[in-house]
Design a binder for this molecule. Structure first.
Ligand code: DON
Length: 304
């Protein structure tokens, strides 16, 4: 398949795309993003790579890191994880508090903010140096040793993270947070602040398209069965109250972040990353979703 040509075709079709949306402003550091940036990067099972547009520029991966922290915590505590966080789609915005009270501090899934905060609590309990260990994990998956946290973005979110404070305090009141709330939230904000390029992102997620094996060194990150679980959670929960629509349009497990990135995987075939900072009303990249819809339609590749 001529992926390079397909990328050109998609880019041409999206040239006049007028639903580009708004860059995230609720985290002040993200408001500086240029809404006209656009990149796509594909890594295939055979190890071929295809790119288009702004693929080397770093952006804030935000909630995309929730998949990686979930994988890390799952490796550390195994199925015990599911006692503290569910695996059901929430059908609610990523930062909604409503279900958390009537479900007694157990988040619906690990990809909404509340669930990702519980995952951070597990990392704080399990690791002596979670910041170091986690970023090393991401560097190994991506093959890029220069990937790092962005202190400025983490600080910016910390200064206005009132809702995430509400989440963690509510969960603490139900006994679902073991550690100091500020310590856990600081890790959460740092995980969200990680920056990488479209190229790094597609490479980082490739292990989820390879039944859990890192293609760079064949290291097993997860078993095939564990990988199935992570991919199922991405499919059902990766886009919050737009997860159904993403499955309907794109047909792949994926994850978005308010930095405008999206990554999606097609098991045994490829990993694809898109970056366009304009978000729709659900906080997902508007042009990114459209680009992936065109890609899976043209290539006729989807899990259904
Ligand atoms: O906690 C937050 O609100 C952000 N750090 C992450 C939110 C996010 O990326 C939602 N995804 N589309």
């Amino acid at each position: 398949m001529n992926y390079k040509e397909i990328f050109e075709q998609i880019s041409k079709e999206l040239r006049d795309f007028d639903e580009i949306g708004q860059v995230a402003t609720y985290i002040p550091a993200l408001a500086k993003a240029n809404p006209n940036k656009f990149g796509m990067y594909l890594v295939t099972e055979e190890g071929h790579e295809y790119d288009h547009g702004d693929i080397h520029e770093n952006f804030s991966i935000q909630s995309i890191s929730k998949v990686l922290s979930l994988v890390y915590a799952f490796k550390l505590v195994g199925t015990d994880l599911w006692r503290r966080v569910g695996v059901e789609p929430s059908g609610s915005p990523f930062n909604s508090l409503v279900q958390l009270e009537y479900e007694q501090g157990i988040p619906r899934n690990p990809l909404i903010n509340a669930g990702a905060i519980v995952v951070c609590d597990i990392l704080v309990s399990q690791l002596k140096n979670p910041y170091h260990d986690f970023i090393e994990f991401v560097r190994k998956l991506s093959g890029n040793p220069s990937i790092d946290y962005c202190k400025e973005t983490a600080q910016s979110e910390k200064e206005c993270g009132f809702k995430n404070n509400a989440h963690i305090n509510l969960m603490k009141s139900y006994g679902n947070i073991e550690n100091d709330v500020d310590e856990v939230l600081d890790l959460y904000f740092h995980l969200c602040s990680i920056e990488m390029s479209c190229k790094d992102l597609a490479q980082t997620f490739m292990f989820l398209a390879r039944s859990g094996k890192n293609p760079l060194n064949n290291e097993r990150i997860l078993t095939a069965q564990e990988t199935k679980r992570i991919n199922a959670i991405m499919l059902l929960c990766g886009f919050y109250d737009e997860a159904g629509e993403f499955a309907f349009k794109v047909g792949l497990p994926g994850k978005s972040g308010v930095g405008g990135g999206i990554v999606a995987i097609y098991p045994d075939q490829y990993s694809i990353a898109v970056w366009s900072p304009g978000l729709n009303s659900k906080g997902n990249s508007s042009k990114g979703i459209k680009a992936l819809e065109l890609f899976t339609t043209i290539t006729q590749s989807n899990v259904f």
